[in-house]
Design a protein around this ligand. Structure first.
Ligand code: DQQ
Length: 573
């Protein structure tokens, strides 16, 4: 491997500067908005502790990793405006995943193989603690190709400079390999098979069939396309940003991406270009066949399991070897109009990184904000056990409600009045939109009103409803209702929803929300389902924001405990 690095360093990549030609991509292209416009001095929607740079557009997290105790976040960035375009890899580092130091862009167009753009990709830590990055370059013919970059100086813990392989592209569509030149992108972290060969997958499609194209290599430089993809699913369209990693069948620890040991399952996540939603399956990776097989009963479409049932896309995990955990990053786009984004001068944030592991049931993942975020908590407010009568609202005072972390847990003891769930109601998002927070039920809606104005003209409601299912089991629905989140009618206020794998007879219904000016990131029942919403209150801004617990069902529920913290500002740049 040392030879491989040496040979790369011996060549000088030809850096041609940042001249980027614009391209048609999976993102909207606004040709006339590729210059920084004058921005509004009034910035009520900037976040206090969710990652964002000072200005301009950001999208996918890229190349996330830990190296010599320092976390690296690269991300897709437009240096020239608040809309997608001119994409480079911006770079920030952190010691705690919460406070960040910005660096110059790490990867930007400079070679024939990326002259029209440096799109998403991933980092792999090669033996001997040597990071390598694979990313998608857009070549002069607008073909999508895969390129390699390695750190210029391994003794710089910030890895500020990257050298591109002179052999780039290392994977490219050609007349022989039947790869669609405009649907071949977003290489994953590579993993080492038992045969000592590296593997990597790349998102693609053939007609409407989404696929994860598999490549293998002995030396990380020469890559050969496997005859079959790792996995494919008809009718799903382009698979962007695939992620493929092992999870342990017990406990909360994460595994290195090359770990194939006993007691492991695998997860394949894909981001669907068509719907801008992600879904994942849990399954088995056969190293002998080099194929991934989802567990029986897995739903392989837009209605499958999601990391997040709200606004969350192009996510990527990495193995944090310092804390033995797998950490998930995801991009949270705006829900505002392009006009408003241009006025703000920025668009896009990253969700709080989440630890992720396999649920005891083995059927789905569980996620929880990384513990480091709790360092920002101050001035805890606690509400002891309290009856929340049907039709009541109580205010949680003493926290900065626009920048807060809140945990609440509900106890329901009497289920007799639970409404029946119509067997046709299989789409949780649809049920949540038809039965928003203002629609009275029996057991629920109960939950939180975040970023609420004093007069409740504005609020984002995150709540539960309990139904009686067909087999007499109870069905718990979690919703995030944005319909009253803002008096500005230009925003997308879609309501989101998820079913929770929980039996409310035996488990408390807990909810945690990370509230940060224009984002409400919520975790249901210890992270069995997550929903992220972007909202733009016009009244509930800064000190004018309030936090309430509410119950709009006819039946009483008990608040089993509530803790809320004001959140300090993180250093984001
Ligand atoms: N964003 C990147 C692509 C990727 C898409 C371009 C997903 O590589 O497929 O900015 O958001």
């Amino acid at each position: 491997m040392a030879n491989f690095y040496l040979s790369l360093f011996l060549f000088f990549a030809l850096f041609l500067g940042h001249g980027v030609v614009e391209l048609q991509a999976s993102h909207h292209v606004y040709r006339n908005l590729q210059t920084s416009q004058s921005t509004s001095p009034n910035q009520p929607y900037r976040t206090g502790y969710h990652f964002q740079p000072p200005k301009n557009w950001i999208n996918d997290p890229n190349g996330v990793m830990i190296y010599k105790g320092i976390y690296h976040l690269f991300y897709q960035y437009n240096p020239k405006g608040a809309v997608w375009g001119n994409i480079v890899w911006a770079h920030s580092t952190s010691k705690d995943l919460i406070n960040w130091i910005p660096h110059d862009p790490a990867i930007y167009p400079s070679q024939q193989s990326d002259i029209n753009g440096c799109w998403s990709g991933s980092a792999t830590i090669l033996p001997g603690e040597k990071p390598a990055i694979f990313y998608t370059g857009i070549d002069p013919h607008n073909r999508q190709v895969q390129n390699l970059a390695v750190p210029k100086n391994l003794s710089d813990p910030y890895l500020r400079e990257w050298v591109k392989s002179p052999k780039n592209p290392l994977m490219a569509p050609d007349a022989m390999n039947q790869i669609n030149t405009s649907s071949f992108r977003d290489p994953t972290t590579a993993w080492l098979g038992p045969d000592k060969r590296w593997r990597v997958i790349i998102g693609s499609k053939i007609n409407r069939k989404g696929l994860a194209i598999l490549y293998r290599s002995k030396d990380f430089l020469h890559w050969i396309k496997a005859k079959h993809p790792l996995h494919s699913v008809k009718g799903t369209g382009m698979w962007e940003c695939p992620d493929f990693f092992p999870v342990s069948t017990y406990g909360l620890n994460g595994l290195d991406t090359s770990d194939m040991g006993p007691n492991t399952k695998h997860v394949l996540k894909v981001s669907l270009d068509d719907t801008k939603h992600e879904y994942y399956t849990v399954g088995t990776y056969s190293t002998a066949k080099d194929r991934y097989v989802p567990d029986e009963g897995s739903v392989e479409s837009d209605s499958g399991l999601r990391f997040d049932y709200g606004k969350y896309y192009a996510s990527k995990t990495f193995f944090d070897s310092a804390k033995n955990r797998r950490v998930l990053w995801g991009w949270v786009n705006e829900s505002s109009s392009v006009n408003d984004d241009v006025k703000k001068g920025w668009a896009g944030i990253q969700a709080i990184p989440r630890k992720l592991w396999l649920d005891k049931s083995g059927k789905h993942l569980v996620q929880w904000p990384v513990v480091e975020i709790e360092k920002l908590r101050v001035n805890q407010v606690q509400v002891p056990s309290k009856l929340l009568k049907g039709g009541s609202v109580i205010e949680v005072t003493g926290v900065t409600a626009a920048q807060a972390d809140v945990e609440i847990s509900f106890d329901v003891s009497d289920f007799k009045k639970a409404e029946k769930l119509d067997p046709g109601w299989t789409n949780p998002q649809l049920i949540c939109s038809q039965k928003g927070a203002s629609v009275k039920g029996a057991l629920g809606p109960f939950g939180l009103l975040a970023l609420a104005s004093k007069d409740l003209k504005e609020y984002t409601a995150v709540f539960f409803r309990i139904f009686k299912g067909e087999d007499k089991k109870f069905v718990v629905l979690m919703c995030s209702d944005q319909s009253r989140s803002s008096l500005n009618s230009d925003n997308d206020k879609t309501t989101y929803g998820a079913f929770l794998n929980v039996d409310p007879v035996y488990e408390k219904l807990s909810l945690r929300s990370l509230i940060d000016h224009s984002i409400v990131e919520s975790f249901g029942v210890g992270g069995k389902a997550c929903i992220t919403a972007r909202v733009y209150p016009t009244l509930a801004i800064d000190d004018y924001a309030h936090l309430y617990a509410f119950n709009n069902g006819t039946e009483n529920v008990k608040i089993n405990g509530l803790s809320a913290w004001s959140m300090k500002k993180a250093q984001l740049y």
